[in-house]
Design a protein around this ligand. Sequence first.
Ligand code: PAF
Length: 278
Amino acid sequence: MKVIYTVADLRSALATHKGEQIGFVPTMGALHAGHLSLVERARKECGVVVVSIFVNPTQFNDKGDLAAYPRTLPADLELLSPIGPDYVFAPSVEEVYPTPDTREFDFGMVDKVMEGASRPGHFNGVGQVVSKLFDFVEPHKAYFGEKDFQQIAVIKELVRQMGSPVEIVECPIVRDTDGLALSSRNTLLDEAHRAAAPHIYATLRAAVERKAEFASPTEMVAWVEEEINKNPLLKCIYFEVVDALSMQSVAEWTNDCNTQGCIAVQCGSVRLIDNIKV
Ligand code: PAF
């Protein structure tokens, strides 16, 4: 496992692997078992594995959130070492953005709702960094966790627009034993909020179990919001039942519809997201 800090060094390292399948796991560090499951899968499927660790400033609409985001490179490298990716790319902000990135993406409908609506500019920043990283690494396959369900839809649209041949591999959410979806942000929760947070997934599961009781998705949405807000430490930012491809809210239950319930919850100072197949 070699740690690389510059684009030039990354390109020359990868040039020695002509003809090999490159698997790429982009991350913002503060790695947990969810990230490691992506790296393990890439390791099984690809001859060369690259992990990037880069806290991308352009996807944070809240500067306080960017400042608070955990940065734990030495611990991350220790976690990655036993899995053995070939390269860990950990560039500086100047290396990724030698000049400001002024590109504005139009992802159509998929980025206008949920995370896109509640975090203006977030997905544009994700598009900027992911397109640059794909350009540096030129992966055959790139691995993303389904916790960021809408992000996967945005990245698929980005790849479509770029005409890039990279295959986007979606990987299941990894949860703690109490059901909380693993997230780098979980480390920012104090004891009381960490104890409250599993209520999010418990509520999503209960909603799906009771689906037959809800005449429409709107009724399910109202129930979930109320149930989350019953806990004084949680505040539901949104819960939406959406078409799993278009990310648009569904108005009624249909048998052939592939729907996902997506939620964002303010848990003290930490914003948590999760989702479930409905
Ligand atoms: O999901 C993340 O950690 C980030 O949004 C990503 C894809 C690494 C881009 O910064």
